[in-house]
Design a protein around this ligand. Structure first.
Ligand SMILES: Cc1cc2nc3c(=O)[nH]c(=O)nc-3n(C[C@H](O)[C@H](O)[C@H](O)COP(=O)(O)O)c2cc1C
Length: 425
């Protein structure tokens, strides 16, 4: 058996609150009723996740989703919305699509979210795989998605990584250093030649302006409420070795997408080896999370039906086109992977069934991958909300106790200078 304590994350896109037939009618993403319905479902899932003891909930970043399947253009705003409804669950993003974002503005927004939520912000950064979004939103930075079907994949992937890495460094420095300057390939912070000989800045922020009167450094305000070095960050969907290596060096948790045990184990091997090379001694499996759908119901057939109306619909109708089924390919397997909900179940991505069925499969995941973090893709929106609520209740109240597993939550560590009196008090 693997861990006896694990952490659960809820990945809540959200999607439009519509049935598969309503999506097929077109433009579900622009229907005001479906968006409100989707928010209502998401809110119910969020509040339940908090009550059940999930460690965090996370929202995605996708733009122009008029189809309605991934209606989540601003995970930080959704995070603020979530922070106002909750008290304990931590709030993240999976993820902020970093190559196409302004890292300074994002660092500020996340610091604000950290204050709004009183220290519950966790930070997730994705490289971004949808060209429609990344190339349009990120055109001023010359950003591209990492879409395996892109004919210019190698060059675009390289550019994407270059921007991602530099933006991440800027965000971390913005949180950790009251004032800094950064000279990178894409960013000069602050730019040269900005005259800022403001007497108040000389008095109230000494060191920001050089004697010449030129701006020499910047700092964001507010800083995060958490101690910056303790803020947990995630990089979702990582299967490319360079991402795993980067994450291991930066102490970022990759959320592994593939359920194929051999492939996931290779990612864990690489993560552990790279971490060791920079002086991080980790037990095998530590520091790495895994992504799954889990649907529990009274019968296997009922669980399959919920899954097929929810993620089974979104994945086969939308994600297959981006190559997501490649994550389900077994080592050495040739040919097309059948784009069907049953493929997702048979290969262990969607763990669906009765308490007993699900318990057996989770036990295998924990034993084989020695993980302490599982992120659940919860397809609120198309899937029937009552089925999903019941599923998570069964998972936490029946499946995990059957395996002797308790849920754990990370306690935020706040800055020493914070008195403890927050805005809600
Ligand atoms: C849980 C999860 C959440 C993700 N969220 C997003 C997202 O919000 N926006 C996005 O463009 N990509 C998202 N991705 C995909 C990643 O951006 C991208 O495909 C991945 O970083 C590429 O993998 P690599 O870095 O290993 O090459 C997500 C993947 C997973 C597993």
């Amino acid at each position: 058996m693997g861990a006896d304590k694990i952490r659960l994350g809820a990945f809540l896109l959200p999607s439009a609150g519509a049935t598969p037939a309503q999506y097929e009618e077109g433009f579900a993403g622009q229907n005001p009723n479906y968006y409100q319905d989707g928010l209502r479902d998401t809110s119910r899932m969020l509040l339940q996740a908090e009550e059940l003891g999930f460690d965090f909930a996370a929202f995605s970043e996708h733009h122009f989703h008029v189809e309605g399947l991934e209606l989540s253009n601003n995970p930080v705003m959704l995070g603020s919305w979530a922070a106002m409804q909750t008290r304990r669950i931590r709030i993240g993003q999976m993820g902020n699509v970093l190559p196409a974002r302004n890292p300074l503005l994002l660092a500020e927004d996340l610091a604000m979210l950290d204050h709004f939520s009183q220290g519950r912000m966790v930070a997730g950064f994705a490289r971004g795989y949808q060209s429609r979004h990344v190339a349009t939103v990120g055109q001023q930075q010359n950003a591209y998605s990492t879409q395996p079907t892109d004919p210019e994949f190698a060059e675009h992937d390289r550019l994407n990584r270059e921007l991602f890495n530099e933006h991440y460094e800027i965000i971390r420095r913005s949180w950790a250093e009251p004032m800094y300057k950064h000279e990178g390939k894409h960013w000069q912070i602050p730019p040269k030649g900005i005259i800022w000989n403001h007497p108040a800045t000389y008095d109230m922020a000494p060191g920001m302006v050089a004697e010449s009167g030129e701006l020499d450094k910047i700092g964001i305000a507010p800083l995060t409420l958490q101690k910056p070095e303790t803020i947990e960050s995630f990089i979702p969907f990582s299967t490319s070795p360079a991402t795993i290596e980067w994450a291991a060096r930066e102490k970022v948790m990759p959320v592994i997408f593939t359920p194929i045990l051999e492939n996931a184990k290779a990612c864990i091997d690489l993560y552990q080896k790279t971490a060791q090379s920079v002086g991080r001694e980790l037990a095998w499996g530590d520091g790495v999370g895994h992504f799954r759908e889990i649907v529990v119901a009274d019968t296997d057939a009922e669980a399959h039906a919920i899954m097929e109306r929810g993620l089974g619909f979104i994945w086969t109708r939308w994600h297959d086109w981006f190559g997501l089924n490649e994550a389900l390919r077994r080592p050495g397997e040739k040919g097309v992977i059948a784009n069907k909900p049953s493929t997702m179940r048979d290969r262990g991505y969607s763990i669906c069934g009765t308490v007993d069925t699900v318990a057996r499969q989770i036990e295998t995941v924990l034993e084989e991958l020695q993980t302490k973090v599982i992120v659940l893709w919860i397809a609120a929106g198309p899937a029937p909300i009552d089925g999903l609520l019941k599923s998570n209740e069964l998972l936490v109240e029946k499946v995990l106790p059957k395996l002797g597993i308790e849920l754990e939550q990370v306690q935020p560590q706040l800055r020493d200078e914070f008195t403890g009196r927050g805005w809600r008090d």
